[in-house]
Structures are given as structure tokens and as C-alpha cells.
Design a protein around this ligand. Sequence first.
Ligand SMILES: Cc1ncc(C[n+]2csc(CCOP(=O)(O)OP(=O)(O)O)c2C)c(N)n1
Ligand code: SF4
Length: 368
Amino acid sequence: MTDRAIATPPTAPTPLEPPALSPANQAVLTQLTRKDFVSDQEVRWCPGCGDYSILAQTQKVMPDFGYPKENIVFISGIGCSGRLPYYMNTYGFHSIHGRAPTLATGLKAARPDLMVWVITGDGDALSIGGNHVLHSMRRNVDIKLVMFNNRIYGLTKGQASPTSELGKRTKSTPDGTIDHPIMPLSVALAAEATFVARSVDTHTEHLQQTLERAGRHRGSAFTEVLQNCNIFNDGAWRSFTDREVRDDRMLVLEHGRPMLFGKDRDRGIRLRGLHPEVVQLGVDGVAEDDILVHDEHAEDPYLAFMLSRMFFPDFPVPVGVIRDVERPTHDELLSAQLAAAVEQRGEGDLEKLLNGGETWTVEPDDRP
Ligand SMILES: Cc1ncc(C[n+]2csc(CCOP(=O)(O)OP(=O)(O)O)c2C)c(N)n1
Ligand code: SF4
């Protein structure tokens, strides 16, 4: 083995801990409320947009984390969702299209003590920024990525997005889109995100709890929020999120509890071979013991992937935490590797590296 042998990575990340503060600053922190996270900027979303609710819930959960405002950063790409950092009274970047995870990766590598949130849309995250989202997740960068999914490009006035349904007529697809839509949660799981969840803009209590869970996760946290763009795609999720139908058409996941749903919690999800099926308790001898029990910490992602594929009208739409597992984070691995390199080879010298002798000349004869 050479001295460059693969280092043993630290086992599991420590839960996200706020930075150590003096008692005086700690006292100030405990008094923070939602209002402290509201900036003085005028909110410029269309009246009735689902973004308002996501902003309000985000501001509401912030004091719970015990982080000073100065240690929290919101980074966005381009789109209506991209305006959110202006409205948070924290540090923030409104970056370029699809690149928020990239900026967040750099920031987290340089300042692991910061709590970093990435705000993105379905187009920003899955189309323009698909590559960047993918790699931030597989690296387990400690960022909380919240993707507002309105199934449309809002800011550019209603073109089809990667989550638009097949056949959807939009300004960019006047005869209906011919592209199969992406399931964002499946993408996040395939990309190895260590936390994957879904909530809805109008289900405010559930959204608040989900953001709180995402915020406490150490590692790459992907949260899809089903959001209504009332101007260009009104009612995209209404068929299963409306108050009158949601109990029957949504499955609220809880760790360790059977996957039951319905107003009377009398329907559930059972596994038949490799496929889920909806069953009715008491019919054909189905009992609660037959119903799948949700395990968000399962090491293998198979059932989580199954949940990520379930959708209305064939299935109730799962919401809540689909997966929450531990893996060393990117910044932990990077810090450990840097420390080991310095110990073995001493402090680096950038000047020496740049002016080092390892250069070569390409001769005309070398060309193929
Ligand atoms: C490189 C690049 N491509 C395209 C655009 C145009 N553009 C701006 S916002 C946007 C779509 C945003 O949609 P989404 O991410 O779903 O966010 P929403 O506005 O719906 O919140 C596009 C295509 C751009 N600004 N830069
Ligand atoms: S265009 Fe749609 S997503 Fe954008 S602010 Fe207006 S309602 Fe919201």
C-alpha cells in the first residue's frame, strides 16, 4: 500500500449542532422568532402563489435550529423560487440557473460551520441544474435542498418543465409535451441523497414539520414541495391535495407506523411480490398486520424507491420523510483528507505548486 491508500472514512455524521456561542449570545438566540428571519424586502410573487406559504414556514422553523442568523445561508438559482433568499433575513446568494448546489458545495467546504439551504424550482433543479443536483447528493454535501415543484416554468411564463405531465399543452409544447416526466424523489434516491421528503405548500403544519426534519439532517437533504403556480399551472396538485379529498388520496408517512390512509384509516399499502397494492382492511381477510410498515432508516432504498414511484390516481401520494439515513458528509471527508495530507506531507505551498517543474512540451511529432 502506498501512502495514498484510501483513508477510512469517519463512520456516521454527528447530528447537526449549532455553533458554540458565548452565554450572552446564546441568550439572544433563544429569543429569536419568525419575525427575526423576515427581511425588509417587498415580496414580489404573484398574489396567491404557493411560494408565500413555503417562505412563511421556512421563516417559522428557523429559530428552532439554534443557529444565529449570521450562520445561515440561503442559495438559489433562477426562477420564481430563486427570489426567496431576498426575503430571508440571513445571508444569501441569488446565483445562476441550476448552479445553486455548486455554490453551496464550495461554501460548505470552506465553511462547514454554516447551515446552508438551497432553494430551487423543478426546472432549475432537474433541467438546467440536473447534473449539479445529482452530484451534490451523491457526495452527501450537507445542504438542505428545497425544490418547489409547480410542474411548469413560472418565471419565464409557462413553458413545460421536466415534471410536466405527458401531453401537457404549454407555450413551449402547443401540441402537448412528448417528454416523459421525471419523478423528483426517485431521482434524489438514485443520486444517493441521505434524506428525501415531500410536502405540500397548503399543508402548512406538515410542511413546517418536514422542513424542520430536513434542517436537522446532517448530509444531503432533498425536500420536494408540491407548490401551486396559480398563474401558469393553477391546480396542478388539487386533485389529491384539496381538503375534501386529501385523506383519501394522500398517504402521510410516519416512521414505524403502518402505511394506512383514508378518512377512517381503513385502507393501506400491501406488498404483492415486487409491487405495492392498495387494500381495504377487513376485505378478503386483510388485517393491519398485512400492511407495510414505514421504515425511513432502512439501509436499502428499495421500499423508499417504491414509495417515490407511487402517485395519484393509481395510489395515494406519499408525503413526509421517505428516507433518512446516515453517511459521512462531504465536508467531513474533505476536512479529514486535508488534515491527513498535511500531516503526511506538510502544509501546501501554492506558489511552489504553480511554479513547479512538472511541465511538458508537445512536439509536432507527438500529434496523432
Ligand atoms: C441558462 C439559462 N437558461 C434559461 C434561462 C431562462 N429561465 C429563467 S427561469 C427559467 C425556468 C424556471 O422554472 P422553475 O425552475 O420551474 O422555477 P419557477 O419559476 O417555476 O419557480 C428559465 C428557463 C436562464 N435564465 N438561464
Ligand atoms: S408565476 Fe407562478 S410561481 Fe411565479 S410568482 Fe407567479 S404564481 Fe408564483
